[in-house]
Design a protein around this ligand. Structure first.
Ligand SMILES: Nc1ncnc2c1ncn2[C@@H]1O[C@H](COP(=O)(O)OP(=O)(O)O)[C@@H](O)[C@H]1O
Ligand SMILES: [Mg+2]
Length: 466
C-alpha cells in the first residue's frame, strides 16, 4: 500500500460526506455526528429508510482517509492500525451477539474502504452527560434509582458474557423520552481474560473521573469491579453534578499518607437512602478488593424485590432452611399457645375481631390483661381475636385441596405444624436433614415465599458468615 503523509484537508476530510453509500447502497450516511478516539459516528438510513447509527473504525491518531480509503498515516503505524482494526471487528462481532433491552443492538458489521463499520439501532434520546448539563431537573431520585438498576442489569449481563465494557461514563449511556436506558460504545471492551496488544493499550481511552486507577497502568488486573467503579463515578456525577476526582490523584494522595480528595455521598445528598448512596461510595473505593464486586450484589442491595428473589433462590439450595423454618414455626406456636384460651368445642362462624361494634371484638383480645405474651401469626402480626383467627384458618384450610389423600387432614390446627414443600436439588441421602413428620397442611408456595421474605426481613435468613 502506498503511504503518503496525509492530513485532514478539504480535499481529504476525515469524515465521510453526507450521501455516502455503504455496503452496496444498503446504508446512506445522513450526517456526521461525532468523533472519538477509536472512530467516527454517523447518523444514517438503511435500505428500509430506518434511521441507524454507523460507527466507522477510524483511530485518527494513526490513520487518515485518502481517495476514500482509510490508511495508516505513516508506514510505521500500519501494524498499529491493522491491530486496531482487528480489535474493532472482534468487538463489533462480540457486541452483535449480545442481546439485552439496555444494550444497543447491532444490525451489521462489515468491512469497506479499507476499514470496518458497524450499523447500530438508533436510540432517539440524549446521552446522560447532555442530560445532566442541559436538563438536570429530569434526573429525579426515582429516575436515578431506576436507571441505576437498569444499568446494573446491562452490566451484569455483559459480565456474564465474560466481557468488560471499560468505558462506562455518562456520555456512553443514552436515555430516551420514555426513560429507557441504553448502554453504548463498546469500543474499548475486551474479554475478561484477554490481553490487548500494545497498539490498543496505548490508545485505550482513560476518562479522568470515571476510570478506576487500574486503567492507568499497563499489566494491572482489571475485573468486573473496574466497570462498577466507572458506573459509580457516572452516578456520582448524575447526583452531584460533577464527576469524582480522578482515581490516580486519589491513589497518589492516599499513597502519600494524605486524605483521599474524594467526598463520599452522604444522607444529606438529596432524597436517597443512606444505603443507596453507600453502594455508590463502595463502588468508588480506590482499591478493587474494597469495592462492590459484582453488579448482581449491587442490585440486591438497592432492589428489595431482587433481594427477596435471590434469597428464595438460595433458600431452594439451602438444606438448613427447613430447620430454620421449623424453629420459627415452633416459636410462633409456643407464643400462640401460651396466649390462647381453650376455645369452645363447636365454633360458631366468623367472629371478626376488627369490626367496630362486633360482639366478637368484645371477647378479644384473649387474656390480654393477664398474659404478657400477645399472640402473633407466623409473620409476627398481632392476633387480636384468636377465636376469629382460628376460624379463618379453618376456612382457608378447607378451601385447600388435601395434600395427600392417605393422610387425614387435621382440622382446626390453628398453627403451622408442617414443613414447607420445597423442591431441593438432588443431594446424597446422608446430607439431607430428616424431615419432620407432616401433621397439618403443607405451606402454600405463596405462604412459603412470604415466610422466607419475612426471614430475610428480620435478618434470620440467609445465614451470616461466621
Ligand atoms: N445507537 C446510537 N443512537 C443514538 N446516538 C448514538 C448511538 N451511538 C452513539 N450515539 C451518539 O454518538 C456519540 C458517540 O458515540 P460512541 O459510540 O460513544 O462513540 P465514541 O467512541 O466516539 O465515544 C454518543 O455519545 C451518542 O451521543
Ligand atoms: Mg463514547
Amino acid at each position: 500500500m502506498q503511504h503518503n503523509t496525509c492530513h485532514n484537508t478539504e480535499e481529504f476530510p476525515d469524515e465521510l460526506p453526507s450521501g455516502t453509500l455503504l455496503l452496496h447502497g444498503q446504508y446512506q450516511i445522513e450526517r456526521y455526528l461525532i468523533r472519538g478516539g477509536f472512530g467516527i459516528t454517523y447518523l444514517a438510513r438503511d435500505s428500509l429508510d430506518r434511521r441507524v447509527v454507523i460507527k466507522e473504525c477510524f483511530p485518527h491518531m494513526v490513520c487518515c482517509r485518502m481517495h476514500g480509503l482509510v490508511q495508516a498515516k505513516r508506514r510505521e503505524q500500519q501494524d498499529q492500525f491493522d491491530s486496531l482494526l482487528r480489535h474493532f471487528l472482534r468487538e463489533a462481532r462480540r457486541l452483535a451477539h449480545l442481546s439485552h433491552p439496555n444494550i444497543v443492538g447491532v444490525h451489521q458489521v462489515f468491512e469497506e474502504n479499507s476499514t470496518a463499520y458497524m450499523a447500530l439501532d438508533h436510540v432517539d434520546g440524549m446521552d446522560l452527560l447532555s442530560v445532566v448539563e442541559e436538563d438536570p431537573g429530569r434526573l429525579t431520585p426515582d429516575v436515578i434509582r431506576d436507571m441505576l438498576t437498569k444499568a446494573l442489569g446491562a452490566i451484569s449481563y455483559v459480565h456474564s458474557e465474560s466481557i468488560l465494557h471499560r468505558d462506562i461514563s455518562p456520555d456512553n449511556i443514552l436515555l430516551d423520552k420514555l426513560g429507557n436506558l441504553t448502554l453504548i460504545d463498546f469500543g474499548a471492551a475486551k474479554e475478561h481474560a484477554s490481553r490487548e496488544g500494545r497498539a490498543l493499550s496505548s490508545l485505550l481511552a482513560v476518562k479522568d473521573g470515571y476510570s478506576p486507577q487500574e486503567f492507568y497502568l499497563r499489566d494491572i488486573t482489571q475485573g468486573p469491579s473496574s466497570d462498577l467503579y466507572a458506573l459509580g463515578a457516572t452516578f456520582y456525577h448524575l447526583i452531584t453534578g460533577q464527576a469524582p476526582p480522578d482515581s490516580q490523584q486519589r491513589l497518589a494522595a492516599v499513597a502519600a499518607g494524605a486524605n483521599d480528595p474524594f467526598a463520599p455521598l452522604d444522607a444529606e445528598t438529596g432524597d436517597y437512602t443512606g444505603e443507596f448512596l453507600d453502594t455508590i461510595n463502595k463502588a468508588l473505593e480506590i482499591f478493587p478488593e474494597d469495592r462492590i464486586q459484582t453488579a448482581d450484589d449491587w442490585i440486591e442491595i438497592i432492589d428489595p424485590e431482587r433481594r427477596k428473589q435471590a434469597a428464595l433462590a438460595r433458600a431452594g439450595k439451602d438444606k438448613t432452611i427447613r430447620v430454620k423454618i421449623s424453629k420459627l414455626v415452633a416459636d410462633t406456636n409456643r407464643n400462640l399457645r401460651k396466649a390462647a384460651k381453650p376455645g369452645p368445642k363447636k365454633r360458631q362462624g366468623p367472629a371478626r375481631a376488627n369490626g367496630p361494634g362486633d360482639p366478637a371484638a368484645k371477647q378479644a383480645p384473649v387474656d390480654a390483661g393477664k398474659s404478657p405474651t400477645k399472640p402473633v401469626d407466623i409473620f409476627g402480626n398481632p392476633i387480636e381475636n384468636v377465636e376469629a383467627w382460628l376460624w379463618d384458618q379453618d376456612r382457608i384450610a378447607e378451601s385447600q385441596p388435601p395434600p395427600n389423600r392417605r393422610q387425614p387432614r387435621v382440622k382446626a390446627m390453628p398453627v403451622l405444624r408442617t414443613l414447607p414443600d420445597i423442591h431441593y436439588p438432588p443431594a446424597p441421602e446422608a446430607e439431607m436433614p430428616k424431615p419432620l413428620p407432616p401433621i397439618g397442611r403443607p405451606l402454600r408456595p405463596t405462604l412459603l415465599r412470604s415466610l422466607i421474605g419475612r426471614l430475610v426481613a428480620v435478618g434470620f435468613y440467609p445465614p451470616k458468615p461466621h
